[in-house]
Design a protein around this ligand. Sequence first.
Ligand code: ATP
Length: 283
Amino acid sequence: MKKIKIDAHAKINLSLDVLKRREDGYHELEMIMQQLSLKDIITIEERDLGFTLESNSREIPLDTSNLVYKAYAIIAKRFNINKGIHIYIEKNIPIAGGLAGGSTDAAAVLKGLNTLWKLNLNEEQLMDIGLKIGADVPYCIMGGTALAKGVGEKLTKLNSFSDRLILIANPGINISTAYVYNNLNLDKIADRPQTQAMLKHIEYGDTELVAKEMKNVLETVTIKENPVLSKIKDQMIMHGALGSLMSGSGPTIFGIFKDPVDMTKCEKNLKHSIKTVLSTKTV
Ligand code: ATP
């Protein structure tokens, strides 16, 4: 029986702007997405029949609500394949943190099944299928650094912004994405990301300017209600981070560091009070 292993990288948002609320209830976004070396590892193994799922994590569902099942089901149905598979998720990405953990696992399964079942789908076709699973899935298939518009599906690949030192801190509080969007007051946001300026800084690979310009309008909802988030941001800046921001709808906060010694000190310090603290880098 054939077996394949695929890396499923986490993402952060270097900027996140909400342009408007659409008639259909979705939001028109403008985001700069960046993949991290932090990753889950997905192993897909052929079986005669059925679908089984295992993981080292006790925090994710192992039933049909797992996004990897949705990825398997959509491909099997579309191509009329009734072979079975077993999937093992080695979960390293903090769950429900704004790091697209579920979406990236689904993207990895789409890529893995494309190879395993010799479907010959190109990246664009895989991204179209991915969008049916979730708005972040097409980006997770593309990877690297990208500008995302629409609900996140209109993607433009950007110059690589790899090898920047990133510290991740997740206080483990529960923040519902739906709640954040429903409580966002678009008319009251004074400080928006300067996306065009950010695109220039990324083009020139200017880490300091990227870090200084980072903004996420969803912080207007989450930080007001969860002061621990601004405390983490302040601690990162105090320890020498060039910039610090919430990823997605939170609660994960990340910092970009220039000096690995500063980052290690910050990591040690935050570990006293914060549930999950990890050092990683951009890829
Ligand atoms: P995003 O950044 O795309 O909003 P997130 O990082 O905030 O995503 P996830 O880690 O994807 O959030 O988890 C959100 C929820 O999705 C979890 O509470 C979990 O129940 C469910 N889920 C389904 N499949 C997975 C998976 N493979 N990995 C993690 N969570 C999953």
